[in-house]
Design a protein around this ligand. Structure first.
Ligand SMILES: Cc1ncc(COP(=O)(O)O)c(C=O)c1O
Length: 389
């Protein structure tokens, strides 16, 4: 197999760069770089039918992934997670076509495995051996695991109140953990300082091009699992935004490849009442989000006061005709139990937030209950037993 990776492109100023040297953000304007592929040739050479017989991991989309040499892929079997028909919740809510994309079975228990498998693989291929990341918890756990398998050094920086499971898994996987008295943004500053001082490569969310490539496979999978059609609605718990923008990028690529003929999905962002910069910016009609002050929520992964990819998330939500809503921590906690007791899926608080968001939008009459609706359960509740108890 060969990757059709062609170059990197800035999502803001459009400048292009070689994909075969390490880059983080756009050197010209500081915004997000995307990996780009030779889609016309990929369209000519490759059909989606070839994918069906490949192993059930996200690497089944290899040609549209950024690793040139298959030997450099660092994989723990991530991706191709189940798309479950949530019949019981659907009956309760009057939504006959309600689905849960259950990411909790990924290695390290969350969808962060996808981004880290892609980014750690590409870092390895580009000769980078010492990686660092600031994280609410799950990204750090994932990076620690992939670095362990790839024989690389992992440095992770988390708020000191990050879930205990995330701290422990990093230490046990051999990562160097620093707990920070502050939020994810503070962890990010320290991670970048240490990167500059010690020659580490920083994998902060959307501040290097390849984590989003792993996340985009959720979009490819949803289309494949629905018979190469897109769902009508995706409800996504939004923090740094790689999930939303990754799925949207997958749609653009699949359209160019002729793998799907149209995009029918409204992208819906759910955030916590205690930290909702994207919802606020969406409602204000803004292109960028102002940083959220005093961010607070028990859903650690969506406690992100400021995100470099704000303009990309807002663009995806608007271009899709989607919307954005907030939910309270009490609603999140209630819906952890509601999803577990109705469907047997034990969601992380962020995943439960999507169900709480769905209830809100149905009540407001914003969503068609007959639509094909996908709730993204981004991880497992087992990592949060200290905050759920
Ligand atoms: C479980 C979980 N859900 C959602 C998110 C937010 O993800 P994104 O960066 O894609 O917005 C995170 C990020 O830490 C997370 O850990």
């Amino acid at each position: 197999m060969r990757s059709y990776l062609s170059h990197l492109e800035c999502t803001a100023c459009g400048k292009t760069y070689s994909a075969d040297e390490p880059h983080r953000v756009c050197p010209a304007c500081g915004k997000v770089l995307y990996a780009r592929y030779d889609l016309p040739h990929l369209r000519r050479d490759f059909s989606r039918g070839a994918i069906a017989s490949r192993p059930a991991t996200m690497w089944r989309y290899y040609e549209a992934m950024p690793v040139r040499n298959e030997e450099d892929v660092v994989s723990l079997g991530e991706g191709m997670t189940p798309l479950l028909h949530a019949r019981n919740l659907g009956r309760q809510l009057g939504c006959p076509r309600l689905y849960i994309k259950d990411e909790s079975g990924n290695p390290t228990g969350s969808f962060k495995a996808r981004g880290m498998s892609a980014a750690v693989s590409r870092a390895k291929e580009l000769g980078l051996r010492k990686l660092t990341v600031p994280s609410a918890g799950n990204a750090a756990g994932a990076m620690a695991a992939y670095c362990a398998q790839g024989g690389m050094e992992a440095h992770v920086f988390m708020p000191k109140d990050a879930p205990k499971a995330n701290q422990q898994e990093c230490v046990d996987a051999g990562a160097r953990l620093t707990l920070v008295d502050g939020l994810i943004g503070d962890a990010g500053r320290i991670s970048r300082e240490r990167a500059a001082r010690e020659g580490l490569f920083d994998l902060s969310t959307l501040q290097e091009p390849y984590r989003a490539e792993g996340k985009k496979t959720m979009g490819y999978e949803l289309a494949e699992q629905l018979g190469w059609r897109t769902p009508d609605v995706i409800i996504y718990p939004t923090g740094g935004g790689t999930g939303i923008v990754g799925i949207w990028k997958a749609y653009e690529e699949m359209l160019a490849l002729g793998w799907i003929s149209e995009v029918t999905t409204k992208m819906v962002s759910v955030q916590s009442e205690g930290c909702a910069p994207i919802v606020r910016a969406f409602q204000a009609g803004a292109d960028h989000a102002e940083p959220w002050q005093n961010a607070r929520t028990l859903a650690a992964g969506i406690r992100v006061p400021s995100a470099i990819g704000d303009y990309l998330m807002l663009r995806a939500i608007r271009d899709s005709g989607g919307t954005a809503t907030t939910v309270s921590d009490a609603e999140i906690l209630a819906d952890v139990k509601a999803m577990a007791s109705a469907e047997g899926v034990y969601p992380c608080p962020e995943g439960a937030a999507t169900l709480a968001g769905l209830r809100k939008l149905l009540k407001a009459g914003t969503l068609d209950p007959e639509a094909t609706i996908v709730l993204m359960n981004t991880g497992t509740a087992y990592k949060y037993l200290d905050v759920l108890g």
